[in-house]
Design a protein around this ligand. Structure first.
Ligand code: ADP
Ligand code: MG
Length: 258
């Protein structure tokens, strides 16, 4: 099991979430340390996306708590219970957490560069010249310096996803969440996106990645967390969880995605 350590950048303690009668997260605890990569594995419907969405408060939680960099996400302490934060405070917290989805969700009527400068300009009121210079540097990092003025429809899925990653990085997040970032891509485009993510990991970004790419998990993850039915079944380094899983459910899942 994960050693629960107060120093972790991301801490989940007993996180619960239900939709109506359906209990989707049944008390999830985990730590993600600064500069580390956690890969979340699990069958469809096990609660992986919901968990990511709770970490940046796209979903509220019904129990437990989540802290990022020492701050409770989405709530403030009020006596012995938690009260939902003001939306402005939530927005401030969310700015430090980048998220990349399966579908790239770029603005279709904006170029790659315009997509990347949008949030920094609107939200942080940074100077436009600085935002553009930063966006060009990010496009270079994701291998798309020549594509700044192209619209999403003129880019491949893999290129769009790399723009989406650059867009998230433009807010200088301290944490990046990835929800099956390569699942919607043609197989030949997956590698370029994974390479960008590997580089980001090597540069020390803290990342939580939901993916079925076992090769990526093996190579990049510091910790692999296997979820099923809203609980953490087992977690540990890839050499343990992927190569020598303790639980039959984990073994079955790993076999099914290899
Ligand atoms: P995963 O990402 O592991 O496939 P999800 O977190 O998307 O799993 O979903 C877990 C369960 O919660 C599924 O049964 C799903 O149908 C349900 N669920 C997810 N989001 C909602 C929602 N907004 N309303 C109702 N049920 C939901
Ligand atoms: Mg999902």
């Amino acid at each position: 099991m994960t050693e629960l350590n107060d120093q972790a950048l991301v801490q989940l303690r007993g996180v619960r979430k239900h939709f109506g009668q359906l209990e989707v997260l049944k008390g999830i605890s985990m730590d993600v340390h600064a500069g580390q990569v956690t890969v979340l594995l699990g069958p469809s419907g096990s609660g992986k996306s919901t968990l990511l969405r709770c970490i940046n408060h796209l979903e509220s939680i019904d129990g437990g708590r989540i802290t990022v960099d020492g701050e409770i996400v989405g709530y403030r302490e009020a006596g012995d219970h938690l009260r939902e934060m003001h939306p402005r405070e939530v927005a401030r917290q969310r700015r430090s957490i980048g998220m990349v989805f399966q579908r790239f969700n770029l603005f279709p009527h904006k170029t790659a560069l315009e997509n990347i400068i949008e949030a920094p300009l609107v939200v942080s009121r940074r100077g436009k010249a600085e935002a553009i210079a930063n966006a060009r540097e990010l496009l270079r990092r994701v291998g798309l310096d020549a594509w700044a003025d192209h619209y999403p429809s003129q880019l491949s899925g893999g290129q769009q996803q790399r723009v989406a990653i650059a867009r998230a990085l433009a807010m200088k997040p301290k944490l990046m969440l990835f929800d099956e970032p390569t699942s919607a891509l043609d197989p030949e485009l997956v590698g370029d996106v994974l390479d960008v993510m590997k580089e980001l990991a090597a540069e020390g970004m803290t990342m939580v990645v939901v993916t079925h790419e076992i090769g990526f998990a093996r190579e990049v993850a510091d910790e692999v967390v296997f979820m099923d039915g809203g609980v953490v079944v087992e977690s540990g380094p890839p050499a343990q969880v992927i190569e020598q899983p303790e639980h039959e459910r984990t073994r079955g899942f790993i076999r099914s995605v290899l």
